[in-house]
Design a protein around this ligand. Structure first.
Ligand SMILES: N[C@@H](CCC(=O)N[C@@H](CS)C(=O)NCC(=O)O)C(=O)O
Length: 210
């Protein structure tokens, strides 16, 4: 399999952290990682558009030549490979709760962080949009308060004792904010402590650049 990706971008980072976490659990997923340089516009060139007509990253090329275009679908597929070392464990309800929390982090926080970064200090040079930034900041506040509530019982990870896909999605968003020198967790002490803990993990040390 081949993972087409670009470092520091949130959705590719999500899959890269996932793979590193699986490897730490003993999986040998045999995935070659291929950089598609978005700063040079390589994702808009025919070679990448043949893999994914939408031009986004990550893309996973399966061994039979088919392509998966969505980060969470890639993760769900990889969960079935060497499933004895899958990241998401537990009975069906526990697994559903893990995916539910991941979607909550993505849709109620990480997506806003991506748009907030571009509205304040866009790495792509997009014009600042203070009005949109204020709206996003307020939406992010609700999610951050929810995360603080989860962490208030002293758990290490968002879902409890084990690192899960929600942790990976949160860290991918926070790295993107750091890359753009935008602080989105200022004042949220439990989330800041979680961030410090996650960045000490070997998966984080291998994958994160910022
Ligand atoms: N829903 C997709 C989103 C993929 C996505 O938007 N990737 C960004 C990088 S984080 C990208 O490729 N942006 C370049 C573009 O849209 O032109 C996923 O989760 O994989």
């Amino acid at each position: 399999m081949k993972l087409y990706m670009v470092p520091a971008a949130p959705n590719p980072t999500k899959v890269m952290l996932y793979i590193a976490e699986r490897e730490a659990l003993g999986s040998a997923l045999s995935i070659e990682q291929v950089v598609v340089n978005t700063l040079k516009g390589r994702h808009r060139e025919p070679e990448h558009l043949a893999r994914n007509p939408f031009g986004t990253l990550p893309v996973l090329e399966l061994n039979d030549g088919r392509f998966l275009l969505e980060s969470l679908s890639i993760i769900r597929y990889l969960e079935t490979v060497q499933a004895d070392t899958a990241l998401v464990q537990g009975d069906p309800a526990e697994q559903a709760l893990a995916y539910d929390l991941e979607r909550t982090v993505e849709l109620r926080f990480a997506n806003h962080v991506g748009r907030y970064v571009h509205a304040t200090n866009s790495p792509l040079g997009l014009p600042a949009d203070p009005e949109l930034a204020a709206e996003l900041r307020s939406a992010m506040t609700q999610a951050l308060e929810y995360l603080q509530t989860l962490l208030a019982d002293g758990r290490d990870w968002l879902g409890g004792e084990r690192v899960s896909i929600a942790d990976i999605t949160l860290q991918s968003a926070l790295q993107f904010a750091r890359f753009a020198k935008v602080d989105v967790i200022d004042g949220y002490e439990s989330v800041q402590q979680w961030d410090g803990r996650y960045r000490e993990r070997s998966a984080a040390q291998q994958v994160l650049r910022f």
